[in-house]
Ligand binder design. Structure first.
Ligand code: ADP
Ligand code: MG
Length: 681
């Protein structure tokens, strides 16, 4: 989570008066360690306690109403610690019975004929309100009208937390990082007012205004930091020129089992031009799923080897790392010594690998996040490649690059990020695109079918299997950490398929399986020992089984466009016709639109543009999926225009040199202090 620092020296929570060890522990469990964390623990929503007219209220809803008491309140004790307080009230000319359970102390606060405000659940049938709160005086009511609601852990009361935050807000000095000129130009509030507004909300309007300032500040700080970092990188751009052996590289290309596409050739030329120049490469390689980015990476890594350097390839999942390691070893033959480093490589094996890496025996290291651990030391790494780079944060890429002080960097991505957004989020870099698909590929035919059509889809899938092809069946998964419920969905789907298609060999893959189990299933599917692979989105990225031509996505409307596009890209990897069937009965406009778009285009670039236009809730850049920076308030898609403005303002400040004047010395120091430690991802 991206957090802008708002207090220069955020002190420990311990310093708060009256905060005992028990609640301190609970707060820590909520990731609140400092006063700053506390203040940036923003409400997730606001409860509107405005008084309404009971005659207009919906049955069984929670209402806040005002009325006059016409019976003396009575209390009945219902056994140990249980009580029931009953009052009768006239509310908007309705005679209403109001009951409060276990709040008998309220009895002393009210009298016959008092006017009070009651909040509770309204039952029209019983003409009764099951009371939650009673407001007996006007000032109290005004305070409670619009109440922020926080994410809390059991043991911490909303009111406790609210009071603690209010008290702390009074005490601390909030630093105003936004230049005064910008605040005036865009009519933004001070950060101090913004935080007060967010925590002590008065009305919807003040919250919206506060969110606007906060979002802008987040974007602006993010952009300043990133653009400054870029500038620093560019100024230390010197690198050794890579003296690769073009004859050896040509021979390698000639040995490939296929002819390179024009897009691949052009990208390779662009990359090689960077490599042989004495500057550091900083390049994004974009190409739709299946366009053949891996082989481009392979050729570059081999070129490095001929010049005496090592390469690293970092990918987001273990499955993908293993697949890459396998297919690259095959491509290279005995030209290169390829090694795989993931979280599962441990103990002696890992130790040995690290030694070989440090001595230079390993030419190419492929792995997951395991690559950026401190003890992973290269002999001389000249090229760092990240696949599906949008999944890695700026900080992780930075760390990886630091492993080789002078190394060139290539980011590969199949998620076509609109150019403008890419620049805003990743900074200025050179872009190579593979626009053409390998020869003979037929566009994938996509259908959208409602749940009633499931049996028909099965029959269609069976036809493909009869031709000797294979199929994926994907079941939804919301978060990257797989919920039990989702796993159950996959298992249920798997079981039902097994009974419906008893003659087919069916495998299952999900995130709750051990990684060796996952490998085995993947391996079986890859070698056609399985006809159907039922899976969650763990197969999403990069997996390559060309004989698979049928993709069925169950409850497809639960996925964002990006994921759907990636999933679809698992088929259409050979010269056979491939199919993708989306099974979905969406209820929302956005859901329907998303399904329709998927059937209309297979072009990832077009998809991303249309998604930006839609900006629906199932956004293309569903942050969990994409790994793009995540902000507290700002939203990359919804606040996209604001991001552009913040980017331009940050660029102006840096390019004009204003950022480097005395005026901003504190801001500079602050960003510098936080540049490497604080992850913006
Ligand atoms: P992606 O860009 O999605 O990472 P891959 O690199 O996995 O795509 O390539 C997809 C498939 O296409 C692989 O089986 C690869 O061997 C094959 N391939 C790559 N380039 C070509 C080409 N020029 N001609 C034919 N097949 C190719
Ligand atoms: Mg790939």
């Amino acid at each position: 989570m991206t957090k802008i620092a708002i207090i220069e020296n955020p002190y420990e929570l311990k310093a708060i008066k009256g905060l005992g060890p028990k609640r301190l522990t609970l707060l820590n469990e909520m990731n609140i360690y400092t006063v700053q964390d506390l203040i940036l623990h923003l409400p997730t929503r606001y409860e509107d306690n405005s008084v309404i007219d009971l005659t207009q209220a919906e049955d069984e809803s929670v209402v806040t109403v005002q009325g006059q008491i016409y019976s003396t309140p009575t209390v009945a004790f219902l056994g140990r610690n249980r009580s029931k307080l009953t009052v009768h009230m006239m509310v908007n000319d309705i005679a209403v019975k109001v009951v409060f359970f276990n709040q008998h102390y309220l009895k002393n606060k009210v009298q016959l004929h008092d006017t009070v405000v009651i909040k509770g659940k309204w039952s029209r049938r019983k003409q009764e309100i099951n009371g939650q709160k009673m407001f007996t005086d006007i000032t109290q009511l005004a305070d409670a009208r619009f109440t922020p609601i926080y994410r809390v852990k059991e043991g911490i009361k909303q009111k406790n937390l609210r009071d603690m935050i209010h008290m702390t807000l009074k005490d601390v000095t909030i630093h105003e990082w936004l230049p005064e000129t910008l605040r005036q130009k865009y009519k933004l509030e001070t950060l101090r007012d913004t935080l007060h507004a967010l925590h002590e909300a008065q009305n919807q309007e003040s919250i919206l205004k506060a969110r606007r300032t906060f979002a802008f500040t987040e974007f602006f700080m993010f952009e300043l930091r990133m653009q400054w970092l870029n500038r620093l990188e560019k100024s230390s751009d010197e690198a050794v020129a890579v003296q690769y052996d073009i004859e050896l590289v040509k021979a390698f290309i000639a040995d490939l089992p296929f002819e390179l596409t024009d897009g691949q050739k052009q990208s390779i030329n662009e990359i090689f031009r960077d490599l042989k120049a004495p500057i550091r490469m900083h390049r994004l390689l974009q190409g739709d799923v299946g366009s053949g980015k891996t082989v481009v990476a392979a050729i570059c890594m081999y070129a490095l080897k001929t010049a005496g350097y090592q390469s690293a390839l970092m990918v987001p999942t273990e499955i993908l790392a293993e697949q890459h390691a396998e297919s690259l070893s095959e491509l290279f033959g005995d030209r290169m010594n390829v090694a795989l480093l993931t979280g599962s490589v441990k103990g002696k094996k890992r130790q040995l690998l690290l030694e070989q890496l440090a001595s230079g025996d390993i030419d190419c290291l492929i792995g997951t996040h395991a690559l950026i651990q401190d003890d992973v030391v290269f002999h001389d790494v000249g090229l760092v490649i990240t696949d599906e780079q949008h999944r890695f944060g700026v900080a992780q890429r930075q760390t990886l690059r630091e492993k080789g002080a002078l190394s060139n960097v290539l980011f590969m991505t199949a998620t076509p990020i609109p150019r403008t957004l890419a620049i805003s989020v990743f900074g200025e870099m050179d872009v190579s695109s593979i626009k053409s698909m390998p020869k003979g590929r037929k566009p994938i035919i996509t259908h959208w079918v409602k749940h009633e059509g499931y049996d028909h889809v099965l029959a269609q899938m069976e036809q493909e299997l009869t031709k000797g092809r294979q199929a994926y069946v994907i079941s939804p998964l919301i978060e990257s950490s797989e919920h039990l419920e989702d796993v159950q969905n996959v298992i249920a789907l798997y079981e039902s398929l097994k009974s419906q298609l008893p003659n087919r060999r069916i495998g299952i893959l999900h995130g709750k399986m051990r990684s060796d189990e996952k490998d085995e299933v993947m391996q079986q599917f890859s070698s056609h020992e399985l006809d159907i692979l039922v899976s969650t989105t763990v197969v999403e990225v990069g997996v390559n089984v060309p004989n698979a031509t049928f993709m069925m996505i169950y409850d497809a409307d639960r996925f964002g466009l990006s994921t759907l596009h990636q999933l679809r890209g698992r088929v259409g990897r050979s010269d056979h016709q491939s199919y993708c069937v989306l099974i979905a009965s969406p209820k929302t406009e956005t859901g329907i639109e998303r399904m329709t778009i998927m059937t209309q285009t297979t072009d990832g670039f077009e998809l991303s543009e249309r998604d930006l236009e839609m900006r629906g809730p199932g956004d293309f850049f569903g942050v969990k999926q994409s790994g793009l920076p995540d902000f507290l308030v700002a939203n990359l898609v919804e606040d996209y225009r604001m991001l552009e403005v913040a980017r331009d303002e940050a660029a102006e400040m840096i390019q004009s040199g204003r950022f480097f004047t005395e005026e901003f010395v504190r801001l500079r120091e602050f960003i510098e202090r936080n540049m490497l430690h604080q992850s913006f991802d």
